[in-house]
Ligand binder design. Structure first.
Ligand code: DUC
Ligand code: ZN
Ligand code: ZN
Length: 474
């Protein structure tokens, strides 16, 4: 008879959920939380968390890992390096994207993505899909069984030549999401406006990385956001607008939310901590900050902070889209003289997402710690059908936990991060507070600066339907 009842007990920490903050012990057995209480019995391993915060592990609901790229380009992180860096930053679940190739099936994308993930993930993972070709065969014949099997969300694009859908195609996708109870994530930027501005900029010889921002001003995001919201209203289906960069798109989202439409919005660290000025750095250095929508300015940062605090945003994701800088398959794939439009879009952020928001948001007094948990873990788990298994601390759920020390001060340095990217856009930023221990289903995978997880320990997660399936609107 085993007289030690628990595998692990975390003692005396300040346990935080989206709703509550309570000092207590957390007991774990067989990968799940089995008791919360005072002076719980013994565990084989014990962690003293006095003075520290015990939070649900982060759920990063928007990141790109080992996504197949066009010729001459490669994402820097695969499932192993990306999820390793996620774990070291307090994240225990990631949801990257299985991207459909135009003309091919969604099923093929999902099968291929499973091969890429198999045996490599260090934290748990689900898949969103990316729909680039919403043919009837795909939306009517393939999607229902994929949703049934746990792929319950997909992203669609209003920009990028190889990905974008027109309005009619977007309507077909939204109608399919309504029929199947899936969630549609929308990248909202107006492709024609961007193409027109890009052509004019290039004709004037303006090709440096800084002109990326001029080609994608807030107006093009605002227009596409408004259009996406209107199309969703027509179909009468909830949507989620991803990576919202600032005031103008937020105004549209607030407007739709005030009209009573179920509209979710996501923002990311780059819209709080980077500005367009980063794109102006000398030489080709600005390429390190090329992402879409582009970073804006301090006034937009303030608006985003406000939206995080007041509920315009439900989700805070990294949009980790990793390309190495000094690499012929990365940011420099087409040379340092290539036009801004050839620079691969995306910046790394899986490991820095939570520390940035904790330091400046929670310890900076802009959001409370319950809101931090909601934005970074509970809400994405709910919106994508993983709750309550993921996203909270409660008896019966997976023991995915990050223990945070609010008293540590540290400086972000790429040399200490665990991704496979050769830079971080946040190099040199001074932060307070850090996840010192990360626990995945009861196993300590990050502790005191040491990663002890393993490739293949991460499990695939089937997502529930985020909303009830409903017949087409009459
Ligand atoms: N923008 C995207 O839409 N996806 C990946 C990265 C980026 O910057
Ligand atoms: Zn996008
Ligand atoms: Zn993205």
């Amino acid at each position: 008879m085993n007289d030690i009842p628990f595998d692990l007990v975390i003692r005396n920490g300040t346990v935080v959920t989206a709703a509550d903050t309570v000092v207590c012990d957390v007991a774990i057995r067989d990968g799940r939380i089995v008791a919360l209480g005072e002076a719980l019995s013994h565990g084989h391993r014990e962690i003293d968390a006095t003075g520290q915060f015990v939070l649900p592990g982060g759920v990063d609901a928007h990141c790109h890992l080992d996504q197949p790229m066009g010729p001459g380009l490669r994402m820097a992180d695969d499932f192993e390096t990306g999820t390793r860096s996620a774990a070291c930053g307090g994240t225990t679940t990631v949801i990257p994207f299985a991207a459909q190739v135009k003309g091919e099936s969604l099923r093929a994308a999902v099968d291929d993505y499973h091969k890429r993930a198999k045996g490599r993930a260090c934290v748990d993972y689900a898949f969103h899909m990316i729909v680039t070709d919403p043919a009837k065969t795909v939306m009517v014949e393939e999607l229902p069984s994929l949703v049934e099997e746990g792929y319950t969300s997909f992203k669609i694009y209003m920009t990028y030549d190889d990905l974008k859908l027109d309005d009619r195609q977007i309507l077909e996708c939204l109608a399919a999401a309504r029929r199947e109870g899936a969630m549609t994530m929308i990248h909202a930027e107006n492709a024609d406006c961007i193409a027109w501005l890009t052509e004019a900029l290039e004709a004037a010889g303006h090709t440096a990385p800084r002109f990326h921002a001029d080609a994608r001003p807030s107006l093009v995001e605002r227009e596409a956001t408004h259009r996406a919201l209107s199309l969703a209203e027509l179909v009468d289906v909830p949507i989620l607008i991803v990576h919202v960069s600032g005031i103008e798109a937020m105004e549209q989202i607030r407007w739709a939310q005030a009209r009573g439409h179920k509209v979710f919005a996501e923002t990311c660290p780059q819209y709080l901590f980077l500005t367009e000025k980063h794109l102006h750095l000398d030489g080709f250095e600005g390429a390190k900050f090329v992402c879409s929508p582009p970073p804006r300015d301090e006034a937009n940062h303030e608006a985003i902070w406000n939206g995080l605090a007041t509920g315009v945003f439900e989700v805070f994701s990294s949009d980790h889209a990793p390309f190495r800088y000094d690499d012929p398959l990365g940011k420099k794939a087409f040379g340092e003289c290539a036009s801004f439009q050839c620079i691969p879009n995306g910046i790394p952020g899986l490991e820095t997402r939570l520390p940035l928001l904790f330091s400046e948001g929670v310890l900076g007094g802009r959001i409370d710690i319950n809101r931090f948990v909601a934005l970074t873990s509970t809400n994405p788990a709910k919106i994508y059908g993983l709750y309550p298994r993921k996203g909270t601390i409660a008896v019966g759920v997976d023991a995915d936990i990050a223990i945070w020390d609010p008293n540590i001060s540290w400086t972000i340095s790429n040399s200490a991060l665990h991704h496979n990217v050769d830079y971080t856009p946040y190099e040199g930023m001074e932060l307070r507070g850090r996840p010192i221990t990360t626990i995945l289903r009861g196993d300590v995978v990050w502790d005191d600066g040491i990663f002890s997880g393993s490739a293949g320990a991460g499990q695939f997660l089937r997502c529930e339907r985020p909303q009830p399936a409903r017949p087409a609107r009459p």
